[in-house]
Design a protein. Sequence first.
Length: 711
Amino acid sequence: MIIQLRAAGTSLVLDARGPRPAVVLHWGPDLGALPESDLAALAGAAVPAVPPSSLDEPLRLSLLPTVDQGWTGRPALAGWGAPVADLRLREARQAGPREVRLEHANDFLRVTTEIELSEQGVLRVRHTLGCHGTETFHLTALDVLLPVPARAAELLDFSGLWAYERRPQRTPLGHGVWSRETRHGRPGHDDPYLLMAGTPGFGFRTGQVWAVHLAWSGDKRIWAERQALGYGLLGAGELLAPGEVSLAPGEQYTTPWTVAVYSGDGIDGLSARLHPWIRSRTAARLPRPVVLNTWEAVYFDHDPSTLDRLVDAAAAAGVERFVLDDGWFAGRTDDRRALGDWFVDERRYPQGLRPLIHRVHKQGMDFGLWVEPEMVNPDSALAREHPDWVLGGVDGPTWRHQRVLDLAHPGAYAYVRERLGALLTAYPIAFLKWDHNRDLLQPGATHRQTAALYRLLAGLRADFPELEIESCASGGARIDLGILELVDRVWTSDTNDPLERQRIQRWTGVLVPPEFLGGHLGAPTAHITGRTSALSFRFATALFGSAGIEWDLTTASEADLAAVAQWVGEYRRLRPLLHTGVVVRSDGDAHFVHGVVSTDRRRGIYALVALRAAGAALPEPIRFAGLDPGTRYTVRPLTIGPAPRVVQDAAPAWWQAGEVTLPGSVLAEVGLPAPLLTPEQAALVTVEAAPAGQRSSSGASASGGRSAPAR
Ligand code: DGJ
């Protein structure tokens, strides 16, 4: 059969007539509803020429290409113990309106492939391999490969470091493989994250883009390949160490889902499909509360009276959740000891956590607690009592003075499960910040460790359905769509420096919707970079996510505290928009604009961000993407607390007037002159559909005071 799946401007056409492995004839823009006759004609016409010095029959790029098919690129299936050859299509059926199930097999192996196209236009593909011979099959690779056309000639993926996650990197795709492999036992700070292939120069709102992501928190490989023969593809799969997955007869292995998206209108078009799809399936509970996290305020110095003052200051600012970070458990006085000993420290908390939680509740907030359940310090009662639970034994290299607890060990798993359950039962804990601060570095253990983690999280969620969990891994080293099915929030990065955060949030947000991305208001001087930033810049940055505070508010001035309270109020007012809307971004280097527009396109909020000095005295006008061209909108500056710093003898006329009303088409194409922000400043602007019948108003005709030149 030939199958066409269509949704949200995307379609996939699959030639599953057999007996050869099925072929994806098209993945990309919607082709319209093709009748069977057209699909058959397409399948027939798509058979390529036979080039010289090649196989004597046309070579197709199948869904499961292997060497015996003539495919000399990276194969989809590899291993030993049974022949990886002669796969034949045994069954193809449409399992739902946009779901297909295929079965390919030889005498020893059977691969079941599930393909789903969501109504939002997101494609998910995974394989299940069953061993049906008489010998054990040792799997080395089972990957999902999807074709991309020759015009997808430029790649964009990510690298990064601790506190500098998701640094984009672009490269042209020539002949060969651009392959990224991660062996951290977690995605890592340098996670390739989302591999995009697009028409050269594709941007946030321009170009055709095809992208893949692996929904998995362990090791992976993700790659793009273009063969001298001409075929191009994107591939993804779990990176398996030799012997990591061995299937005895009758056993099977299921790959993680590969999530694939096509957009005809740039990177924003990827987000426009991914965000609503993620929202439709995952658990982020709205509204996302304003958090105060104690880490950068007190580190390991858990002095009850300091914490009490912090609780009071948080409540006065309007915070809704108080999160006690690292340092609360037995003997944890620094990062060298006690991980694994998940009992409240009696010295610092002689009456347990109850008095602190009581104060938090009395102040109208709920309570969250930091844990790092997959880890153990050699200097801990746990490691001393159960050295056999330590992954790799007690002599392996430490990292942040810690080792990994072998969650695949039933005793270790049961201990962690019991400890977490006991804490969650003993105390009214609304939220766990679940940290993971080192690489695994145990070849062959990642698959089972990741599977055990997922089981642990799923079990806790089932037993404590009200509990919310945040995935943190030294900041943003474990952000993927596998874990996102099991948590409510991710800690985007350890840096609270707004300049770094602007870039990190911008790129992390291509895949993950803003309401999942923890972003905190840090101290005036960022602890990690030492850079001092204006309060308004910190406000404008932390607003666009799941907002919180990570600043010792007991040291803040009265004026700053009043501004913080105002900011919290604005966040609470705006979060229904920020956490359900469509994210839009402009390309830009020195300056960029990003925003969120409500799904009905009646309102939006935008930020103009000056990363550094503009290239021109008058920077590019602010263009408002994502609005309805035929609707008139009133645009107004939004100032929270101190105004951003500008150097201008007079502000743009519309800014002075305080508002302007214009059609969406004008705002998108002509835009509005930008205020002259100094570097590391951001200005906020709201947009609201004007009542029907309201005529355009022009800020240019307004009179207004000259804004104070800050020279
Ligand atoms: C690393 C996290 O990313 C930080 O936010 C903090 O929780 C520390 N660990 C605590 O040890």
